[in-house]
Design a protein around this ligand. Structure first.
Ligand SMILES: [Fe+2]
Ligand SMILES: [Fe+2]
Length: 245
């Protein structure tokens, strides 16, 4: 067996312990496996397919809040919390602090590729347009220095992508557009506070931002995912990532 086949066999063994059949979305495995090849199905054994909560995950409240997603579905959020605190310490306004707190939520809990766009889309119905705009364009602005604003091209990107990495044409175009926009500095301030080399000992609690989130994030009373906003389905997918349909 190849490594991939072994991993799939182990996964089947695990999913067989579940009461329901779980079939992963193509996007979760595309690349690791060829998406054109049919996904191997666990033997049916008369089981039903999973259509709700995945018992391998902590159950979310029926009306989940933004903080519930941080607690139950997002990966470690020290990077987001420390960026937000840094922005706050430097005297940035609440919109910038909120944007820093949420700028990478797609990486934390959804999809890494094109994360600025996904993060912005998740947030759009719930925050001021300037905040989601800034989150969207931080993705492109991260690749371009603006030393007058206090932003150098990250050393980390040289390590991660190589010294000769050139951003794609659509990212260059997005940078050019954002640079001329009235909200440029809001997005630029995300990049200024977007640190990779944060202090691992600095503990920042989510609760420090309760008031800022309370004032600037329109938490739907039905819970994120259940309010029929244009991004509700995305929050539901984070809540229930393995539903069959
Ligand atoms: Fe980012
Ligand atoms: Fe970031």
């Amino acid at each position: 067996m190849t490594t991939m086949q072994r991993a799939e066999a182990a996964e089947h063994a695990m999913s067989e312990e579940l009461d329901r059949i779980v079939v992963k979305s193509v996007i979760y495995t595309s690349g690791e496996r060829d998406p054109r090849v049919p996904v191997p199905r666990p033997p049916n054994q008369g089981k039903l397919h999973l259509m709700g909560h995945d018992p391998r995950l902590p159950k979310m409240p029926d009306k989940p809040t933004l903080f519930d997603f941080f607690r139950y579905r997002f990966g470690p959020s020290a990077h987001l919390l420390q960026s937000a605190r840094l922005a706050q310490k430097s005297g940035a306004g609440e919109k910038v602090v909120l944007a820093c707190l949420l700028h990478d939520i797609a990486i934390a809990g959804f999809i890494r590729s094109d994360h600025g766009y996904w993060s912005a889309q998740l947030l759009e119905p719930y925050v001021d347009e300037e905040v989601s705009w800034a989150v969207r364009y931080h993705q492109a602005l991260r690749f371009f220095a603006d030393e007058a604003a206090g932003y150098k091209y990250p050393e980390m990107y040289v390590k991660l992508f190589g010294a000769d990495y050139v951003p794609d044409p659509h990212i260059q175009a997005a940078h050019g557009y954002a640079r001329e926009h009235k909200w440029y500095m809001t997005s630029r301030l995300i990049t200024v506070n977007d640190l990779y080399s944060f202090d691992p000992d600095a503990k920042v609690e989510l609760e420090e931002f309760t008031d800022i989130v309370g004032r600037n994030f329109k938490q739907p009373k039905e819970g994120l995912g259940f309010d029929s906003s244009p991004s509700a389905h995305m929050w539901r997918t984070i809540n229930w990532p393995t539903r069959y349909l």
